[in-house]
Design a protein around this ligand. Structure first.
Ligand code: GDP
Ligand code: MG
Length: 302
C-alpha cells in the first residue's frame, strides 16, 4: 500500500562537512533506529545510503558524499569533481559545521562546493553545548555563503544533546523535500538485515581503499554477528575477490591495507550502532564470482 504519487514528498539529502564536525552523530540523531536501511527500488543506486526516515507522506533518504570525508580528499580538482557530481544528485544539502571553532580552509572548500548549487541548503552549526561563542562562529560560517541565491536556512544545535532541536530540524528538512513517490518502502529501515547493512559498509570502505586497483571485483558478506553481555558486537566478515592475485592486493604488505579497511569500517559501525564493535575480516577467493549465479546469490546480489 504505497502512497499515491503526488501526495508524497521524498528526496535524497546529503550531509556534508569536514571530518569531525558531527555528521554521523547528527545522522544517528535523525534516525529513529540505529540500524540503517534498506531495500531500494531497482533503479535507485545503493551506494552511499546511510539511513531512511519515513512518515506517512514524507521520506528522507540520507546519503553519503564521498570525498568530503577524508582530509586528503578535501584537496584538488579530483575531489571537487567527485563531490560536485555527488551533490548534483541530491535534493537537499545539510552542511554541518563545528561552532567551537572558526572556519578553516576545509570549510571554505565545502562552502565553495555548496554555494552555487540551486537547491535547498541547511547550514547547521553543531556543538552549541561546547562552543564559547556560537553566535560569532555562526556569523563567520554564514559569511562563507555570501552571494548564495538559492533557499538557505540555518540552525544552531547540539547533535548530541538537543533531541528537540534535531526533531525540529528534521521537520524543516521534510518540508524542503520535492514532490516524489517514495524511493524505498516505508518500512525500509528494517528490510535489510543488519548483516547486509554491515557488509555494505565494509564493502564501501574496501572500495575507498582499493579504488585504483580493483574496482568492482570485490564483494563482502557478514557471516556471523554475536553480541557479548557487555554490549560488544562481534562481527565476522569476508571480503570476496575473484583471483588469488587480488587477495594479496587487498591484504597489503604485512596486512596493513586489510587492517586499515577493518578499522575504517569498524569506526563507522560503532558510530551507527552506538556500540563497541569487534570486526574480524578475512579475504577469500571465489574464482569468477561475478559470473557465478550461485555465488552472486550467496553474496546478496539477487
Ligand atoms: P563526523 O566525522 O562529522 O561524522 O563527526 P562525528 O559524528 O563522528 O563526531 C565527531 C566527534 O564530535 C565525536 O567525538 C562526537 O562525539 C563529537 N560530537 C558530535 N556532536 C557533538 C555535539 O553536539 N556536541 C559535542 N560536544 N560533541 C559532539
Ligand atoms: Mg562520520
Amino acid at each position: 500500500e504505497a502512497p499515491t504519487p503526488g501526495e508524497t514528498h521524498s528526496g535524497f539529502v546529503a550531509i556534508v562537512g569536514k571530518p569531525n564536525v558531527g555528521k554521523s552523530t547528527l545522522l544517528n540523531a535523525f534516525l529513529n533506529t540505529k540500524v540503517a536501511p534498506t531495500s531500494p527500488r531497482p533503479q535507485t543506486t545503493r551506494r552511499g545510503v546511510r539511513g531512511i526516515h519515513s512518515t506517512d507522506t514524507h521520506q528522507i533518504v540520507f546519503v553519503d558524499t564521498p570525498g568530503l570525508h577524508k582530509p586528503k580528499d578535501a584537496l584538488g580538482k579530483y575531489m571537487n569533481q567527485e563531490v560536485h557530481s555527488a551533490l548534483s544528485d541530491v535534493d537537499v544539502i545539510l552542511w554541518v559545521v563545528d561552532l567551537r571553532h572558526p572556519p578553516t580552509d576545509e570549510d571554505q572548500l565545502v562552502a565553495r562546493q555548496v554555494r552555487e548549487l540551486p537547491k535547498p541548503l541547511f547550514l547547521i552549526g553543531n556543538k552549541t553545548d561546547a562552543a564559547k561563542y556560537p553566535g560569532e562562529a555562526m556569523k563567520l560560517y554564514r559569511a562563507l555563503l555570501e552571494g548564495r541565491t538559492a533557499e538557505t536556512q540555518e540552525t544552531m544545535l547540539s547533535a548530541q544533546n538537543s533531541p528537540d532541536a534535531v526533531g525540529t530540524l528534521r521537520e524543516q528538512i521534510l518540508d524542503a523535500l520535492p514532490e516524489n513517490p517514495f524511493f524505498y518502502p516505508r518500512g525500509a529501515a528494517s528490510d535489510q538485515s543488519r548483516e547486509q547493512w554491515a557488509a555494505e559498509i565494509i564493502r564501501e570502505e574496501a572500495m575507498k581503499k582499493l579504488r585504483d586497483e580493483l574496482p568492482y571485483a570485490v564483494a563482502t558478506r557478514v557471516n556471523r554477528w554475536t553480541e557479548r553481555e557487555d554490549g560488544l558486537q562481534r562481527i565476522e566478515g569476508e571480503i570476496v575477490v575473484e583471483k588469488n592475485a587480488h587477495k594479496g592486493m587487498v591484504i597489503g604488505a604485512g596486512g596493513k591495507q586489510l587492517r586499515e579497511i577493518g578499522q575504517a569500517a569498524r569506526k563507522q559501525l560503532e558510530v551507527f550502532l552506538n556500540r563497541k564493535v569487534f570486526l574480524g575480516l578475512e579475504v577469500i577467493v571465489i574464482p569468477g564470482w561475478r559470473e557465478d549465479e550461485e555465488a552472486l546469490r550467496e553474496l546478496g546480489y539477487e
